[in-house]
Design a protein around this ligand. Structure first.
Ligand code: HEC
Length: 208
C-alpha cells in the first residue's frame, strides 16, 4: 500500500466520523453507552413519559419497554408516588424542623412569632396542655407553686420580673429545649401544642 492509499482511507474515515456526529431536530446523535449519561437508580423527581426515550432498555424478552429513570408501574411514569388521599401532613402549619440552638433562647425570642391565633378555643387547649405538662412545677396560676415546684424549688412566677417580659418565641424555645433545671418538653408536645401552651402562659404572665 502506498502513501496515497493511506491518505484516501484516512479521509474516508474522517468523513464517516463527521457524518455520524450530525444532529437533527430533537435527535442529539447516537448515544454510546447511555448508562454513563443516565442514572441507573431511579431519581425521585424524574418523570419521563416519552415512550421513545430510553429504547435501549426495551429489548427485554417479554417485549415490555422500560424507559430509563421512569417507573412504568406508577401513574404517569412518576418515580415518586403522590401522597395517599386524605393523609395529613406531619404538622398543620408545615414547619421545618426546629433548628434554633438550645443556648439561643434570646435569639428565638427575637425571631419567632406565634403562627396560631389567640382564640378562645386555642387558649382552652393551651390551658389543658399546660395543666398536663406544666402545672406540677409552675402551679395552676403560674406562681411556681405546683406540688413538684414546691420541692423542686427555683421555679419562677410568670408574672414577675424578667419572666413577665419574656417574648412568645422565648417561651416557645423554653418549652422546646428547657432551661436550667427545667427539662426539655420538645419530645412531649408537638410544635402546634407548644404554641398553644405559649398563648396560655402569656395570659398567666399578664395577670397581676
Ligand atoms: C420539673 C419542673 C418543671 C416543669 C414540668 C416545667 N418547668 Fe418550666 N421551669 C422550671 C424551672 C426550675 C425553671 C427555672 C429555670 C431557670 O431559670 O434555671 C422554669 C422556667 C420556665 C420559664 C421561664 C424561662 C426563662 O427564660 O426564665 C418558662 C416560660 C417555663 N418554665 C415554662 C414552662 C412550661 C410552658 C412548661 C410546660 C410545658 C414547663 N415550664 C414545665 C421547672 C419546670
Amino acid at each position: 500500500m502506498n502513501n496515497g492509499n493511506i491518505y484516501h482511507i484516512l479521509l474516508i474515515a474522517l468523513g464517516i466520523s463527521l457524518w455520524s456526529c450530525k444532529a437533527k431536530n430533537d435527535f442529539q446523535g447516537l448515544e454510546f453507552a447511555p448508562n454513563m449519561y443516565h442514572s441507573v437508580p431511579y431519581e425521585g423527581l424524574s418523570q419521563i413519559t416519552d415512550e421513545n426515550e430510553g429504547n435501549w432498555l426495551s429489548n427485554r424478552e417479554d417485549g415490555l419497554g422500560e424507559f430509563y429513570n421512569s417507573n412504568p408501574n406508577n401513574p404517569h411514569y412518576m418515580n415518586m408516588r403522590e401522597p395517599v388521599a386524605n393523609t395529613v401532613k406531619r404538622n398543620e402549619h408545615g414547619y421545618l424542623p426546629y433548628r434554633i440552638h438550645k443556648d439561643s433562647a434570646e435569639y428565638a425570642g427575637r425571631v419567632l412569632t406565634n403562627p396560631i391565633d389567640s382564640t378562645a378555643e386555642v387558649i382552652a387547649e393551651g390551658k389543658t396542655l399546660y395543666s398536663i405538662y406544666c402545672t406540677s412545677c409552675h402551679g395552676e396560676t403560674g406562681q411556681g407553686d405546683g406540688l413538684v415546684g414546691k420541692v423542686f424549688l427555683g421555679v419562677p412566677a410568670y408574672n414577675l420580673g424578667r419572666v413577665k417580659e419574656l417574648p412568645e418565641g422565648q417561651i416557645f424555645h423554653t418549652i422546646t429545649h428547657g432551661r436550667g433545671r427545667m427539662m426539655s418538653h420538645g419530645s412531649l408536645v408537638s410544635v402546634d401544642e407548644r404554641w398553644k401552651i405559649t398563648r396560655y402562659v402569656q395570659i398567666l404572665q399578664n395577670q397581676n
